[in-house]
Design a protein around this ligand. Structure first.
Ligand SMILES: *[C@@H]1O[C@H](CO)[C@@H](O)[C@H](O)[C@H]1NC(C)=O
Ligand SMILES: *[C@@H]1O[C@H](CO)[C@@H](O)[C@H](O)[C@H]1NC(C)=O
Ligand SMILES: *[C@@H]1O[C@H](CO)[C@@H](O)[C@H](O)[C@H]1NC(C)=O
Ligand SMILES: *[C@@H]1O[C@H](CO)[C@@H](O)[C@H](O)[C@H]1NC(C)=O
Ligand SMILES: *[C@@H]1O[C@H](CO)[C@@H](O)[C@H](O)[C@H]1NC(C)=O
Ligand SMILES: *[C@@H]1O[C@H](CO)[C@@H](O)[C@H](O)[C@H]1NC(C)=O
Ligand SMILES: *[C@@H]1O[C@H](CO)[C@@H](O)[C@H](O)[C@H]1NC(C)=O
Ligand SMILES: *[C@@H]1O[C@H](CO)[C@@H](O)[C@H](O)[C@H]1NC(C)=O
Ligand SMILES: *[C@@H]1O[C@H](CO)[C@@H](O)[C@H](O)[C@H]1NC(C)=O
Length: 602
């Protein structure tokens, strides 16, 4: 009896052992070559068979990860993940022998060279990520052979040039991240045929508009972000039927015409950003009917009309109409209207005498610098659209925008514990104001005169390490008194390193008590290195002082602060913070000269 059951047991064991089929020798050989190519042997000790049962490298959480499908007569490698491990060099050709791969994640590495045509052999792929790498050249048209692809991540991957037409075969795509690549040509019409697509990101490319009307059929779209289009104007007409939209960001896309009434019928829309376009007319009255809208950004458009409180839907958290002619009658509260009047030049901005300097330790506590300048406390937590006025009434700061990928994170201040080099004032640079969109400082109650503006910068969120983490690029623009003084400004490259101080110095005139220093993100650079939402303007400190008086002639063609809208209301049970901020206009159109100096801190 015992003997019999033992032999059954042995037979059963044999059954089990032989139930695990062998792995394709071609794939075993290929994966070993890949492991050696990227020197991963110490992390991925695949000795005999990459597909052995319960391998330590097989669970979903493993990285690097190899997982297999053994359901057929032979095991095949179906999953390969080498994520954020700083593998470098080109893709080895053995990779393309793993033709059963469904899931390949090579994101956040230092890979270079081109994406070879052989990628077309991986036709079973469902998930592919090459995000945040250093690739060169165009996408091969063979990528269009990956017809099962559902998710494709290639943002900040380094690829460039025209998007090949064969990509139109990727009809199963649900997620496409393609931002921050130097793609050229028009936005492909065929994207409008990806009827399953839910997420599409195309910001910071060199693509040209218009946004194809074919996008009107993408009714499953939940998250659409397009930005920085050249070419021809677009309209918002395509949005009517996109009822799944939750996030819609179309910044700087040359969108003209009026805002369609029907937009407010999008039931799930939470974030709407149409900043930096050419929209005209009024904000439709129907906007009060939005059922889910929380963040609304309409700044820098040719919009006009009145904002009234019944226009605002009750769940709105933030509204920005900076740089439009929208009037805010009926929205003023007392505190705000005092501010408003001072910024309009109708009254002095402080009760005290006017001043001729101000200094701010952006994002930090009061700090006296090595040469005795007192930088004011600016550690107040700002929201997605807010305005804060300093206690000495010498300056105010407004921030607008939401870090879309983590809207609830209080991330409007950056901080580091590291020492800052190239300065005697390390502490001054250990905190900084950051913003996903617009960060604006106003000097208030200033005497007329010629002023010197020192902007202090140090990159404290990005690194220059020889790693994928060193691939981050923060680019933003700076305007002083409405004149752009810095474009595509990159602190890290100008300072020559991370956590290294850099002072940029400018000169500008004050003729109407206000100094306007505006830092704006124009959609360029990386979004997500080393972590999600690492982009947008950053400034460490500001020091503004008068250098001389204005002489008579310049007063006649003075810049005028026009009808300024500057309000901040926290009301409606604390849910609503509205802050429409200012616009400036000139009596004389020509921008005038502005002297620009650079020096690095001693
Ligand atoms: C790989 O695993 C084998 C046994 O499974 C072990 O003898 C060897 O030392 C390991 N190699 C490395 C580099 O960890
Ligand atoms: C793999 O793990 C499962 C579940 O823990 C277990 O039942 C099985 O015996 C293991 N197989 C081997 C070969 O270790
Ligand atoms: C790719 O990276 C490798 C390893 O870092 C380097 O040796 C090679 O020069 C790079 N090639 C190109 C074309 O940049
Ligand atoms: C496209 O995929 C098929 C398998 O689906 C394969 O036979 C063919 O070689 C691939 N074409 C290219 C250009 O890689
Ligand atoms: C929206 O759908 C309706 C009904 O199917 C259709 O007539 C209309 O043209 C669509 N609008 C857009 C902008 O695609
Ligand atoms: C812009 O529109 C004009 C007129 O419709 C057309 O000739 C031109 O090719 C378009 N340019 C682009 C880049 O789409
Ligand atoms: C808002 O919605 C209500 C109810 O659906 C409707 O009666 C009203 O006309 C809408 N208002 C506007 C301005 O569209
Ligand atoms: C500022 O004022 C000075 C002296 O009055 C004048 O020479 C200069 O042109 C003015 N600059 C601007 C930008 O208006
Ligand atoms: C105006 O400023 C210019 C340059 O700063 C100077 O040369 C000139 O003398 C000044 N004129 C008066 C009236 O002060």
């Amino acid at each position: 009896m015992g003997l019999l059951s033992l032999s059954f047991f042995v037979l059963w064991m044999l059954e089990i052992v032989s139930a695990q089929p062998t792995t394709s020798p071609l794939e075993v050989d290929a994966i070993n070559k890949i492991i050696d190519h990227w020197s991963l042997r110490s992390k991925l000790n695949v000795t005999v068979d990459p597909c052995i049962e319960n391998a330590t490298w097989a669970p979903e959480s493993a990285n690097p990860r190899i997982a297999c499908d053994c359901s057929e007569t032979e095991c095949h490698i179906t999953h390969l993940k080498i994520y954020a491990l700083d593998i470098s060099g080109e893709l080895p050709r053995e990779l393309f022998l793993l033709t059963e791969l469904m899931d390949l994640n090579l994101g956040q590495n230092m890979l270079n060279g081109s994406i070879p045509p052989a990628i077309g052999q991986l036709s079973k792929m469902e998930y592919l990520s090459i995000s945040s790498n250093n690739f060169q050249g165009t996408l091969p048209h063979q990528l269009g052979n990956l017809t099962s692809l559902q998710q494709l991540y290639m943002d900040s991957s380094g690829v460039s040039g025209p998007i090949p037409d064969d990509i139109s075969n990727l009809k199963s795509l649900q997620t496409l991240w393609a931002s921050d690549n130097r793609f050229t040509g028009k936005i492909p019409e065929f994207l409008g045929t990806f009827s399953d697509i839910k997420v599409l990101r195309l910001e910071g490319t060199n693509l040209e508009g218009p946004i194809p009307s074919s996008f009107g059929s993408l009714t499953k779209l939940e998250d659409l972000r397009i930005g920085d289009l050249g070419g021809n104007d677009s309209s918002l007409g395509f949005l009517d039927n996109l009822t799944s939209l939750s996030i819609l960001s179309l910044r700087n896309c040359r969108i003209g015409g009026q805002i369609p009434e029907q937009l407010s019928a999008l039931p799930n829309l939470k974030i709407l950003d149409l900043s930096f376009n050419k929209l005209t007319g009024r904000v439709p009255a129907s906007f009060k009917n939005f059922s889910s809208l929380k963040y609304l950004y309409l700044g820098s458009n040719n919009l006009n009309g009145d904002l009234t409180s019944d226009f605002i839907s009750s769940q709105l958290i933030a509204l920005n109409v900076v740089g439009t002619s929208i009037n805010d009658v009926n929205l003023n509260n007392e505190k705000a209207s005092g501010m408003l009047h001072c910024l309009q030049g109708n009254s002095k901005c402080s009760n005290k005498l006017s001043t001729n300097l101000f200094s701010v330790n952006c994002g930090g506590k009061e700090q006296v610098s090595a040469d005795g300048v007192k930088f004011d406390d600016d550690s107040e937590m700002l929201g997605a659209a807010s305005l804060y006025r300093s206690s000495n009434n010498q300056w105010a700061v407004s921030s607008s925008g939401v870090f879309i990928s983590n809207p609830n994170g209080p991330r409007y201040i950056a901080q580091t514990d590291s020492q800052i080099t190239n300065t005697l004032d390390s502490e001054l640079y250990k905190t900084a104001r950051i913003s996903p969109n617009s960060l604006r400082y106003y000097g208030l109650g200033l005497e007329d005169g010629v002023y010197r503006i020192e902007l202090h910068f140090a990159e404290i969120q990005m690194d220059v390490s020889p790693s994928w983490k060193g691939l981050g690029r923060r680019l933003f623009d700076v305007y002083i008194q409405g004149v752009r003084v810095l474009q595509d400004f990159n602190i890290l490259s100008e300072a020559g390193g991370s956590k290294r101080a850099l002072i940029k110095t400018f000169e500008a005139n004050v003729t109407n008590t206000v100094m306007d220093i505006h830092l704006v993100w124009a959609g360029k650079g990386t979004c997500c290195i080393p972590v999600q939402s690492t982009y947008g303007p950053l400034v460490s400190a500001i020091h503004v002082s008068q250098v001389s008086e204005l002489n008579g002639s310049s007063k006649s063609d003075r810049m005028r602060v026009g009808r300024i809208l500057g309000i901040c209301i926290g009301g409606f049970a604390g849910l609503l913070i509205i802050c429409s901020v200012f616009y400036l206009w000139w009596i004389k159109k020509e921008p005038g000269h502005m002297k620009i100096h650079t020096k690095s801190d001693a």
